[in-house]
Ligand binder design. Sequence first.
Ligand SMILES: Cc1cc2nc3c(=O)[nH]c(=O)nc-3n(C[C@H](O)[C@H](O)[C@H](O)COP(=O)(O)O)c2cc1C
Length: 360
Amino acid sequence: MTQKLFEKYNLSGLELKNRMAMAPLTRCRAINGNIPNEIMAKYYEQRAGAGLIIAEGTSPSPNGLGYTNIPGIFNKQQAEKWKLTTNAVHKKGGKIFLQMMHTGRVGHNDNLPEGGKVIGASAIAQNGEIKTYSGERKAYPIPYVLSTEEVKDCINEYIESAKLCVEAGFDGVEIHSAHGYLPNQFINATSNQRTDEYGGNIENRCKFVLEIAQKMCKAIGNEKVSIRISPFSYADGGIEEQEIIDTYLYLVKELDKLDLAYLHLSHMGEPQEVKFQLWKKIRTIYKGTLMLCGDFNKETAEKALQENQCDLVAFGRDFIANPDLVERFKNNWQLAERNRTEWYGNGASGYTDYPFYKTK
Ligand SMILES: Cc1cc2nc3c(=O)[nH]c(=O)nc-3n(C[C@H](O)[C@H](O)[C@H](O)COP(=O)(O)O)c2cc1C
């Protein structure tokens, strides 16, 4: 049986050398003013064997830099420095999208640049605490509530940022609408209790992300726009099962009309049957390229492709520890151990120093 995982794939005209994507992974190495740098370029270059790299969550706005040392893409300087990465990956024959991630209420004012604000759909704080630059963990703040006009301004920030992504040489953009980030905060009634056109029923709560996707398609081309969602993730705690299903079936039907590069479904945490049933349903209604991610290994990914559950599979933690993951899978070489202690910061250590597999 031929291995589908290593087959080429035509992603809306972009030729991928295999069906393995590197999942977006926040690594907090943009240590100088949220500007991408050489070490980040090296890290992605090492992983250019992936059919598609989805570079880490990157903010389209000063307000979205709520975590320490995450990169931005809202000014020319950042775009210029991202070219180090896109050039390095392209030289190795790789393809690279950038994930656009706005932290919204899952950030802290202490982490934002001057003038930045922790914003949200409604004045409801995320539960829990977040690491700040001082090293101290602090409670998530109550976000500043955007007015209707400010919501539209925020959508425009995504669009301006997408144009900068193209300028920086990215092959496309992935809108992060998963895991409780800003678009997900608009989707969920637990964080969105607005009474304007961006709140209330499912259609209104999905409007924020759908407008971003629609406008981005117009601005940079639909073949360069993709989106990540995570129905039944930890962000959906406290929401009725049927509500989650209805919301995502509506959203996916609307996204299907946009002919995007791909739709990315993310699973993290507890495997729940209801989630995977929804994935199957989504596969039947979404006609474009579907990518799955979460706890896959070589065998389960191959099985998912053979069973036509998806077109592409993304791998996260294994790409951190194995820059040559594709070669290791192809040759059945052992995988390196995942070491989570340096996931979020510490320069080259635990970042660019994972070795390539050595053959005797
Ligand atoms: C260190 C780390 C950082 C992550 N950062 C992001 C991110 O920036 N954006 C995102 O959508 N998911 C992020 N994720 C989730 C991964 O993209 C992926 O969904 C998750 O690791 C599950 O895939 P895996 O089982 O192959 O590791 C992160 C995960 C890890 C471990």
